[in-house]
Design a protein around this ligand. Structure first.
Ligand SMILES: O=C(O)[C@@H](CO)OP(=O)(O)O
Ligand SMILES: [Mg+2]
Length: 431
């Protein structure tokens, strides 16, 4: 393949799904392709994530990104136009060098990730492959349509209700095809709305499009969701519809104790609490069940529950290959959440996927709570072959953009397999 030459680089400030400023970049190549990408933004961020650049020097999403946009239109433009490029890794390494900080704070992770994703699209187009196929080829993996994990009930930092747990997801693990799975998800989402209305509960939405009723106990949320699954005519469990939780436990962890619903739990008691939840409900995945600063709790929880459920590190690993490597050696979890903007470049994201794969960890690709219409993560999930994507509710444009992109890929590739990749014990694994 000939080298890729960029002829123009241009960024502008746009809005994200929460109505906060973010940025979009467009790269024009000599071969005539135009590649764009937009930066998403998290609300419940891990302490070790790469850092966004916002005007006024504060990490508050309400601030503008004009400095970040200027950085792309000046410094980064100059860098990308200064030579031709043989591979994505070269572009990403040059971006990291230009930034010069460990956490990408000078140019900003929002800047770097948008340029990196747009560049990956340019390389894919240059090689005449769809983005997902280019990713699979770069990783040496077989493509697979992921099980969509629909976040149908929101709490924590994503909603104004008193529910401490952040995300309650339904996963059509037993659906025969992606299209069927997406239909199941939408039917259950609407059954849940009807159920909430019958109970006089609000159907107002949280940041990811899930309902945010005024409830506080996780069990209440799980009772509503399992009832909605049954109301919609589906069975509970891996052969039907399973549940995945993201408690995002950082947000209710204070001085070594987990506090919610007027009760306090030690890390060991939290493991006992989750044990009961996974016994009582068809839960297959627990993301951030404990806080990022609870190094002893994680291995203990994974040893106790890891044969029965997927234990996913999000804030714990922040898509960082070194942190995942450490987690593999300590047995802190058995899976990693993958969000490109947590680490900053596509190459580092793919490196994290490879580290996880070699260490026997599963992976789930994820959107952020502040999103745009960019669908990069849909292609990433397919190309990684990891079998799982979470992109919020089956409603709201920025969330369904990803699910609709999956449907488009499925339509163009009728023989591509769909579903989780499971070990004999029923745990998720990479393909
Ligand atoms: O915690 C999470 O997994 C994410 C996405 O759902 O939320 P945020 O983007 O706010 O970090
Ligand atoms: Mg999370």
């Amino acid at each position: 393949m000939t080298e890729l030459s960029f002829t123009d680089v241009h960024a502008l400030q746009i809005l994200d799904s929460r109505g906060y400023p973010t940025l979009r970049v467009t790269l024009t190549s000599k071969d005539g392709t135009i590649a764009t990408a937009s930066a998403p933004s998290g609300a419940s961020t891990g302490a070790h994530e790469a850092v966004e650049l916002r005007d006024g020097g504060q990490a508050y999403s309400g601030r503008g990104v004009s400095k970040a946009v200027d950085g792309i239109n000046a410094e980064i433009r100059q860098l990308l136009l200064s030579q031709s490029w043989s591979a994505q890794r070269g572009v990403d390494e040059a971006l990291c060098d230009l930034d010069g900080t460990a956490e990408k704070s000078r140019l900003g992770a929002n800047t770097v990730v948008a340029v990196s994703m747009a560049s990956a699209r340019a390389f894919a187009a240059h090689s005449r492959h769809p983005l997902h196929a280019w990713i699979a080829h770069t990783l040496g993996k077989a493509e697979r349509l992921p099980v969509p994990h629909f976040n149908v009930l929101n709490g924590g930092a994503h909603a104004a209700n008193p529910l401490a747990f952040q995300e309650f997801m339904i996963a059509p693990t037993g659906a025969p095809t992606l299209a069927e799975g997406i239909r199941w998800g939408s039917e259950i989402y609407h059954a849940l709305s009807a159920k909430l209305r019958r109970k006089g509960l609000s159907t107002g939405l949280g940041d990811e499009g899930g309902y945010a009723p005024e409830i506080s106990r996780p069990e209440e949320a799980l009772d509503l969701i399992t009832a909605a699954i049954v109301d919609a005519g589906y069975t509970l469990g891996l052969e039907g519809v399973s549940i995945a939780l993201d408690p995002a436990a950082n947000y209710f962890y204070h001085d070594g104790t987990y506090v919610f619903n007027g009760r306090s739990f030690t890390p060991t008691q939290m493991t006992g609490y989750y044990q009961k939840l996974i016994t009582d409900y068809p839960i297959r995945s627990l993301e951030d069940p404990l806080a990022e600063d609870d190094p002893h709790g994680w291995p203990e929880l994974t040893a106790a529950l890891g044969q029965r459920v997927q234990v996913v590190g999000d804030d714990l690993f922040v898509t960082n290959p070194d942190r995942v490597r450490e987690g593999i050696s300590t047995g802190a979890a058995n899976a990693v959440l993958i969000k490109p903007n947590q680490i900053g470049t596509v190459t580092e994201t793919l490196d994290t996927l490879s580290v996880a794969d070699r260490g026997g960890f599963a992976a789930m690709v994820s959107h952020r709570s502040g999103e745009t219409e960019d669908t990069f993560v849909a292609d990433l999930a397919v190309g990684a072959g990891c079998g799982q994507l979470k992109s919020g509710a089956p409603a709201r444009g920025e969330r369904v953009a990803k699910y609709n992109r999956l449907l488009e890929i499925a339509d163009a590739s009728p023989t591509m397999p769909y579903g989780l990749v499971l070990t004999e014990g029923g745990r998720t694994r990479d393909a």
